[in-house]
Ligand binder design. Structure first.
Ligand SMILES: [Zn+2]
Length: 79
């Protein structure tokens, strides 16, 4: 009886490992992919302001007529 019980426990644990272990593994892979995706924008490209020459992150810079400006004031000066 004890051997049967142990066998059932082993089978349950094996099934449990087979069904539940791969899920966190794929989640980790997805998290790694997300990290890789987010790491790239973190390495922000810097661009020079067309008016004052200050280097600004492209995401924060104001794009106007194909030129980047650090602030609205520089954009107004350019116009
Ligand atoms: Zn500027």
């Amino acid at each position: 009886m004890i051997l049967k019980f142990l066998l059932i426990v082993i089978i349950i644990t094996v099934i449990y490992i087979m069904f539940f272990k791969p899920k966190p593994a794929t989640q980790k892979r997805r998290k790694n992919n997300k990290k890789r995706e987010t790491e790239n924008p973190e390495i922000n490209d810097m661009t020079e302001c067309a008016t004052c020459g200050v280097y600004v992150e492209i995401q924060e810079a104001i794009l106007s007529n194909g030129k980047y400006y650090c602030s609205r004031e520089c954009l107004k000066e350019a116009k």
